[in-house]
Design a protein around this ligand. Structure first.
Ligand SMILES: [Zn+2]
Length: 253
């Protein structure tokens, strides 16, 4: 489907009862956030898989923190794109009927103005105690010692992201599954739809009767399941889609 056809999507007011949006790496890439995947993804000769693990942090916390500080700086220099902004607008239209779930750790949704997205893989700007899980702002920690120590329990403080080999936060994943299960409309945006459990969310929503829209320039394993697949970037497709939803919404009021 092309951009100008978005207006023809057969959405009804009932589809807007409970909307879930799942976003992935494609959205961040459009803001220029590097993924460090594939060719050229090395940092100081290290692959991400060698740095984003509990074992790497235990063995060399300085190295792992240096990598995350480097990434924080790169992300801080990026800006939310029109796709992020469109989702903020969608939230303001729908209020409690709207849930945002993201696989991205860059915090761009929050910076754009989204309220409390479910960040399945955490947030790179959060400092979290590996021991008691409390979180602290940068200025509450001493980064001259490595790792910085938790002010509450003296445990090692780490970036608040989910590493390779770790499980997702059970509260977040339960919330994400519940909301997806109840969804009447599900938007899968810029995600390759292959990493579980996030990939299960649109499948489950669809099985439970949700109208499933995919926004991705490329085909994914989800494309054949979707009611509508928009092969466009999220920065282009989401503003048009939100216009469409606003139009459907205004008919129902
Ligand atoms: Zn602690």
């Amino acid at each position: 489907m092309e951009l100008h056809e978005i207006f023809a999507i057969n959405l009804t007011p009932e589809h807007l009862d409970r909307i879930v949006v799942l976003t992935g790496a494609g959205m961040s890439a459009e803001s220029g956030v590097p993924t460090f995947r594939g060719e050229g993804g090395l940092w100081k000769q290290h692959r991400p898989e060698e740095l984003a693990t509990p074992q790497a942090f235990a063995a060399d916390p300085q190295l792992v923190w240096d990598w995350y500080k480097y990434r924080r700086n790169l992300i801080a220099a990026t800006e939310p794109n029109p796709g992020h902004t469109a989702l903020v607008e969608l939230e303001s239209i729908l209020g409690d009927a709207y849930t945002l779930i993201t696989q991205n750790v860059d915090g761009l949704h929050t910076r754009a103005g989204s309220n409390r997205p479910i960040e399945l893989h955490g947030n790179i700007f959060i400092n979290k105690c590996n021991n008691c899980s409390n979180t602290f702002p940068d200025d509450a920690l001493n980064f001259d010692e490595m790792p910085p120590l938790c002010p509450k329990c003296q445990g090692p403080v780490r970036p608040g992201v989910v590493w390779f080999g770790e499980g997702l936060n059970p509260v977040d994943i339960e919330d994400a599954f519940m909301k997806s299960h109840q969804a009447t409309l599900f938007l899968s945006v810029g995600t390759s739809a292959v990493v579980h459990p996030a990939a299960s969310l649109p499948e489950m929503a669809k099985q439970n009767g949700a109208f499933l829209i995919e926004v991705n320039p490329d085909r994914t394993p989800l494309t054949s399941l979707a009611d509508t697949a928009i092969h466009e970037t999220s920065a282009k497709a989401l503003p048009a889609l939100v216009d469409k939803i606003r139009q459907v919404r205004s008919k129902s009021i």
